[in-house]
Design a protein. Structure first.
Length: 401
């Protein structure tokens, strides 16, 4: 159903309002709204004072679709909650909702945006408009404009999606919002500017998707490349984003700051790459993404020793680390020998490396086997992973400085 949620105040006065080029007249704005906005129900929120002084202006219309909803004055937090509950109980799932805040007093206009956010999330309601009859902005002909503020409801989506992307790495919602601002295929084919801007928006959305997926799947090399590409694309498409996606232009800097840190300029600088990967481990840890922390930590340890011993043979380095569990090098079985057994064991902190590698491997196996083997609980694995980070920093990351 299509429902209007409007408010009445204590005052009234014959006023002309302009909407979509047409002028309408009414003593209170809901009278005007009724003339141009189709609806199934008009829910009129009114305090005791409004019921006494202005409700009759709508009641006299004898329109069964107009329904009064009694609300308190909103003097306390409890009264504000009462208003919230009184309004939302009249909205059903998938309703189409139009708000009018023209006569909203005190905090009501602010509350309306919270109503809108709640109804969209909890009841899948579509917010078609948030009207404000701007009485104080009358023109020379004494006609007040009707302003639709619904685009600002969408700001909540942009803020939520951006926060989700920067806080967790999940950019799906943000990319979808950007794509939603693209013109239609027909428009892009007919208007060169729309085509150019559409291509820019698509590139920006794809760049966000790419780094989001790389982070989710713990692909550090892809993350660094995707971060650089995202940074370049956001710079390249600045004008199009500012024109077509104004909400994103306000949060773009936040996105660049969050992921620009992973961008690498020289992919031949192995040391710089390893330092970026260690920063990623910290990033995952800060977000409590334990599976990614432990998976990347194990591979990063191998990469550090590959770098130190100037080899690309990850199998040999892994075997040498595994062989640390054998106390005497002479006791290592011939088929398990590694070319780097002596090098690893000659490290001054070999005992610390042994302990870190053993714990990392244990936790990683528990995570990889999804709890199907072993009795460790999730919270225990989390605490052990968190405790491991200082050791990685002290004993292994120090090699990169």
């Amino acid at each position: 159903m299509q429902k209007i949620i409007t408010f009445l105040g204590l005052g009234s006065g014959l006023t002309k309002y302009q909407h979509s080029g047409q002028v309408y007249e009414g003593s209170v704005f809901p009278q005007v709204l009724r003339q141009f906005q189709p609806f199934d129900e008009m829910l009129v929120c009114l305090t005791a004072g409004a019921r006494e002084k202005t409700w009759h202006l709508l009641e006299n219309l004898k329109d069964d679709r107009i329904i009064p909803i009694d609300i308190p004055d909103g003097r306390t937090e409890a009264e504000i909650w009462t208003t919230f509950q009184a309004v939302i109980q009249h909205i059903d799932r998938d309703d189409r909702v139009i708000f009018d805040i023209t006569h909203g007093l005190r905090s009501l206009p602010f509350q309306v945006f919270l109503f809108a956010a709640y109804l969209r999330a909890a009841k899948n309601a579509e917010i078609e408009a948030v009207y404000y009859g701007a009485y104080d902005l009358k023109d020379a002909d004494n006609v007040a404009p009707v302003i639709d503020l619904s685009s600002f409801v969408g700001m909540l989506d942009w803020l939520t999606a951006t926060d989700r992307f920067t806080a967790t790495g999940d950019g799906k919602d943000l990319a979808q919002l950007i794509r939603g601002e693209m013109a239609s295929e027909i428009e892009m084919n007919e208007v060169p500017d729309e085509k150019r801007m559409g291509e820019h928006l698509k590139k920006a959305a794809n760049a966000i998707d790419n780094i989001s997926l790389a982070l989710a799947l713990t692909r550090p090399e892809e993350v660094t490349k995707a971060a650089k590409k995202l940074k370049n694309i956001l710079t390249e498409t600045t004008r199009s984003l500012n024109v077509k996606v104004k909400p994103f232009s306000l949060v773009k800097e936040q996105v660049q700051l969050a992921y620009g840190q992973f961008a690498i300029t020289d992919y031949k600088d192995a040391k710089a790459i390893l330092m970026k990967q260690f920063a990623m481990i910290r990033w995952y840890l800060d977000r409590q993404q334990i599976g990614q922390v432990i998976t990347l930590s194990r591979e990063w340890i191998i990469s550090v020793y590959c770098w130190k011993f100037k080899t690309t043979d990850r199998t040999e380095i892994t075997q040498a680390l595994n062989n640390l569990r054998v106390s005497d090098i002479d006791d290592i079985r011939e088929k398990e020998w590694s070319d780097y057994d002596e090098e690893i064991r000659s490290e001054l902190n070999a005992s610390a490396i042994k302990r870190i590698w053993k714990e990392t491997t244990k936790i990683r196996n528990q995570v990889a086997h999804c709890g199907m083997s072993g009795n460790d609980q999730a919270d225990d694995l989390r605490e052990r992973t968190i405790a491991l980070y200082p050791d990685l920093e002290k004993e292994i990351a120090v090699l990169l400085h």
